[in-house]
Ligand binder design. Structure first.
Ligand SMILES: C[S@@+](CC[C@H](N)C(=O)[O-])C[C@H]1O[C@@H](n2cnc3c(N)ncnc32)[C@H](O)[C@@H]1O
Length: 271
């Protein structure tokens, strides 16, 4: 894996100006960015193509599979509703770190899992602008409910507006404040959870949420391959994620599959 220092300065998150980014100009519809999955891009040179759009805070998010294969998967996945496409565009335009939004492939995966598992109570850690919550809400039965946790008022505002505009928005409740507090005060058993924030505390979320999950319930952790860094952890966040992958793989309370979708999706079922 190449290091952050090897990425051309023009493509680091600190100095990135989307309007100046040559990879975002002169688009054609055939060249959709596979991770943000909205911004068509000119084919970059091989040196930058794996890094150009994929940032995770200070770190670039690296595609786990070949870009052409990722694009193929995107093009052969059911499109999300217009409202979600508009939300992703708005997020791209207005928010810091818009790449945090899960996007089409993972969003459709979440909806499909919800449709298959038919949970009545979903917990989400990390609302951001509401894309993943709305994706899951679409798959819920009428009596299903989602509680989603967020600390950033700016993200909450965008999410709230998106929920208000959606026919599924009334199934979602945003709880502001540190997610661990919300988890510890949950009023009901969890059928399904999607954990997508506060990566350093993933091992704690795992234990806290697993103990509140019903037998047969599902936990889904995002970013569990962390751009591939988990194979050689060198920082606290990566070590926390790698430690949780180890725990889950050996935990007799659960069965799991670690999917190479987007940045790695841990799909866990409580026995
Ligand atoms: C990766 S984003 C979530 C993306 C979202 N699931 C989606 O698909 O659009 C993580 C979000 O979690 C929020 N967050 C970070 N730490 C948190 C915490 N301790 N409690 C609640 N929310 C937190 C951040 O403000 C951010 O909006």
């Amino acid at each position: 894996m190449r290091l952050l220092t090897e990425i051309p300065p023009a493509y680091t998150s600190r100095n990135m100006d989307h309007n100046d980014d040559p990879l975002r100009q002169d688009f054609s519809q055939e060249k959709l960015c596979p991770v943000l999955q909205l911004q068509p891009v000119r084919q970059p040179t091989p040196d930058v193509r794996r890094y150009a759009h994929f940032f995770n805070g200070e770190e670039p998010m690296q595609l786990l599979v070949d870009e052409d294969i990722d694009r193929y998967a995107f093009n052969h996945t059911s499109p999300e509703p217009d409202l979600l496409q508009a939300l992703a565009r708005r997020t791209q335009k207005e928010m810091h770190d818009p790449q945090m939004l899960t996007g089409r492939v993972e969003g459709r995966l979440l909806k499909l899992i919800v449709q298959l598992c038919r949970p009545r109570f979903i917990l989400e850690v990390g609302t951001f602008t509401g894309y993943s919550a709305l994706s899951m809400a679409e798959g819920l039965d009428d009596d299903g409910k989602i509680v989603t946790c967020e600390i950033d008022p700016a993200a909450q505002k965008v999410a709230r507006e998106a929920f208000d505009a959606s026919p599924f928005g009334d199934r979602i409740e945003i709880r502001m404040g540190p997610a661990l507090d919300t988890v510890r005060n949950l009023e009901s058993e969890v059928d399904l959870s999607f954990i997508d924030a506060d990566k350093e505390r993933y091992p704690t979320y795992y234990e806290e949420i697993l103990s509140r999950t019903r037998r047969g319930g599902v936990l889904i952790f995002d970013n569990m391959l962390w751009s591939g860094r988990v194979v050689d952890p060198r920082d606290d966040t990566t070590r926390a994620i790698a430690a949780l992958n180890e725990t889950i793989a050996r935990d007799e309370r659960v069965e799991n599959v670690l999917l190479t979708v987007r940045d790695g999706v841990q799909l866990v079922r409580k026995r």
